[in-house]
Design a binder for this molecule. Structure first.
Ligand SMILES: [Zn+2]
Length: 152
């Protein structure tokens, strides 16, 4: 399922229930695992282009998100994923991005992000196209168990 490409949402108002499910799933996961900032619909079995994120006290509900710009500058980080919580992957992400997305009302919005928000968005956007963090690992040294990375 995680390898599938999600399809656009034709009527954004139909994504409201899905967004509620995504939020509940993310918050439940965070309570149990102690991390988790974002989730894509495919992670709960719905191949629709919908992302829910909660980071730094803000909630983001993104329907049909698309990048309109990505900086040439990149940075390296250890990424993790809700769908394989014990594994971490060292990878590169664009430092800054600009995204357009729809709200449940159908209205289009623009979101500019950098650093932690930007890398989170890139992670979740990958899910919509069936791409996983592990696909970005360049060598086996870029893969580690969570406990190992947190000890560093
Ligand atoms: Zn993920």
């Amino acid at each position: 399922m995680l390898r599938e490409t999600s399809t656009p949402v034709e009527d954004p108002s139909t994504a409201r229930l899905l967004l509620r499910d995504l939020r509940a799933t993310l918050l439940d996961f965070r309570r149990r695992q102690g991390f988790g900032r974002g989730i894509s619909a495919v992670q709960i079995g719905e191949t629709r282009r919908v992302i829910y994120m909660e980071i730094e006290g803000r909630e983001y509900e993104l329907i049909n998100p698309e990048f309109t710009w990505r900086s040439e500058e990149k940075f390296e980080l250890w990424d993790d994923c809700f769908s394989f919580p014990e594994l971490m992957v060292r990878l590169e992400r664009h430092r800054r991005i600009v995204l357009r997305y729809q709200r449940a009302t159908g209205e289009w919005r623009v979101l500019e992000a950098e650093d932690s928000l930007a890398e989170l968005i890139q992670h979740e956007m990958d899910h919509l196209d069936g791409v996983l963090a592990v696909d970005h690992a360049r060598t086996s040294h870029d893969l580690a168990m969570r406990a190992q990375v947190l000890r560093k």
